[in-house]
Design a protein. Sequence first.
Length: 257
Amino acid sequence: MRHILGHDIHADTVGAGYPALVLHCALGRSEAMAPLVQQLGYQATLFDLSGHGQSGQWDGRSDYQTLTAGVAAQLCDGPTHVIGHSFGATAALRLAVERPELVSRLTLIEPVYFAAAKGTAAHAEFAKGFRPFVAAMLRGDEEQAAKIFNALWGGMPWDAMSERRRRYLTERIHLVVAGAAAIEKDADGITSEQRLAGLNVPVTLIRGALSQPVIQEIHKTLAARLLNAEEHVVAGAGHMLPMTHAEHVAKIIRAAD
């Protein structure tokens, strides 16, 4: 356990070779990314986001995305290949924009930076579909909110999960709300044309062919604004492709070495 930015963070470094840092998705945990890391064969540091896995609780005050990117910065020992999935990918992009000296390469797997898709039909459809989640949170029904969120983004049906897994998601659903403003409003302009144009590192964008259409629009915007980005689409995969299609995702990442 490491004490970083006032939070207890569980982190492990595995393997040898090219240094990498791996950021998991909201409501996930670092161990879920282990099969992907094994396929990559890098020296990878994986950590549990605050409030997730074996890390301590989020303090309830820090901006959640800023905190996640700040923790990631502390775990980079010089220029590092940063790999992020979903919310973790948004924090990885923030790290690269704000601390480019720490990032040698960036792999973004379905970064849920919804602000980048605003104005598209796909974003409007996504926002409409997310309203039941917001309503459930407002009335304090966290279990229903977790169930709705999992139906939108999870890789396993709610009823097929163990009671322990369902409880894990429910107890942490507030962390989705904690990170929402950064990815929906992007007040700091991380995805703006001006800031992304200044990011001069290779960027690999990876998404599943079966993922929600809003992801495609996010990728389209990011690819257009980044100087050196390449997108890959994994057939038959959805949002949880780092876990469901780890071998395929690893091949894409390694091919860009």
